[in-house]
Design a protein around this ligand. Structure first.
Ligand SMILES: *Cc1c(COP(=O)(O)O)cnc(C)c1O
Length: 385
């Protein structure tokens, strides 16, 4: 069996171990400490001056706390992009609220501003004002934030930006993770940089990150004994994980450049094939290209995304269909959905390709030789008809 090529594997920079050792040497083996403070500063500095950051145990935890702080209660409604990873929507359900799912737009594959506004109008006419809007920058491509923010402001609904896949992306130089009232980052093992597992809450106003630090350490009131007047959570990042994160922040820009170079290689080689397309950056948009994705139109290409996925799997190469939209998931079957079939079609025809920043030339050759054989094979059959 050939060695496995993963979709998106961790890629250490070199200094991670140094920060982790420092934590051991000083016995800061705790969910707090100098690495946590250091990582928060590194992220804030990268995103923008005057941004505040709270490092947490996961991106999912950050979404959960953000919704708590926005006052989401049982029976409330929260608008969420349908085409996303389930972690964008699960915390809505944790709070007993209902997700209202919105279709994608073809330009970015993210939340359609048109369907967003239609949904808001319809919910308002039903007598319910949504408590928040959660757009996502899928695979690193920024959502259409200008239109989404404009609609959110017009209807006075806060935006919680799910930037879990988009650290390193930007629109006109404004970085993803700084658009929302609050924004969420993830450092899970498969993301562009990792703390093995972890996440962060980002906010313009420090009151939110201060509150997140309080809630994520069990909501302890100031007293010598344990005193609580609110429900708390155990969601803080550990000083060990934060040490990995500090090392990873040092190589973030390198990782973005590497992922973008991988995208270019796939795009250059396969965009000429009939029925094959890649997601382009709209004017002014910059994607970190966390995952390279390919769309295959079965009518024109003569093969479908499953043909390619299975051929790769057969060579021990991991790929994955695009995220299955939440409105098509059994667990969210009863939730309202606004849109048509954009996200559904993307799911049917799209595949995420191996995009690890440490892919070697020989890994890429191996992937290309499988892909060549799949596409060439069909070309010969089509030509022979
Ligand atoms: C990874 C991810 C999350 C959750 O982050 P975790 O750190 O894994 O909890 C949320 N939203 C999106 C879009 C993600 O890709």
């Amino acid at each position: 069996m050939k060695p496995k090529i993963w979709l998106s594997a961790p890629h250490m920079g070199g200094n991670e171990q140094h920060y982790v050792n420092e934590a051991f040497d000083s016995n800061w083996v705790a969910p707090l400490g100098p690495n946590v403070d250091g990582l928060e500063q590194n992220i804030a500095h990268y995103l923008r001056e005057n941004t505040s950051v709270a490092a947490l145990s996961s991106g999912t935890a950050a979404i959960h706390l953000a919704l708590v702080m926005l006052g989401v209660q049982p029976g409330d409604e929260v608008i969420c992009q349908s085409m996303t990873f389930s972690a964008s929507a699960n915390p809505i359900a944790y709070l007993g609220a209902t997700p209202i799912f919105i279709d994608s737009e073809p330009e970015t594959w993210n939340m359609s501003p048109v369907h967003l506004e239609a949904a808001i109008k319809d919910r308002l006419s039903n007598g319910k004002k949504p408590k928040a809007i959660i757009p996502v920058h899928l695979y690193g491509m920024p959502a259409h934030m200008q239109a989404i923010m404009e609609i959110a402001e017009r209807y006075d609904i806060p935006v919680l930006e799910d930037a879990a896949e988009a650290l390193g992306s930007a629109i006109d130089g404004v970085k993803c993770g700084t658009f929302g009232v609050m924004s969420v980052l993830s450092f899970n093992g498969n993301k562009i940089i990792t703390t093995s597992g972890g996440g962060a809450l980002v906010a313009k106003e420090a009151k939110y990150t201060e509150k997140a630090r309080f809630l994520s350490t069990q909501a302890r009131d100031a007293a010598p004994h344990y005193q609580h007047s609110q429900i708390g959570y155990n969601y803080r990042m550990s000083n060990i994980c934060a040490g990995i994160g500090r090392g990873q922040m040092e190589v973030l820009l390198e990782r973005v450049a590497q992922r973008r170079a991988i995208f270019d290689k796939y795009e250059q080689r396969y965009s000429g094939h009939p029925g094959v397309s890649f997601l382009k950056e709209p004017e002014g948009y910059s994607s970190n290209r966390w995952l390279t994705t390919i769309l295959i139109d079965p009518q024109q290409a003569g093969i479908n995304r499953e043909t390619l996925r299975l051929a790769l799997e057969n060579d021990n190469i991991e790929s994955r269909p695009l995220w299955k939209p939440m409105h098509l998931q059994p667990v969210f079957a009863n939730c309202p959905f606004y849109g048509d079939d954009c996200a559904e079609k993307l799911f049917e025809n799209g595949l995420c390709l191996p995009s690890t920043s440490s892919l070697t030339d020989s890994d890429i050759e191996r992937i290309f030789s499988v892909m060549d054989s799949v596409f060439q094979h069909e070309l010969t059959i089509v030509g022979g008809r």
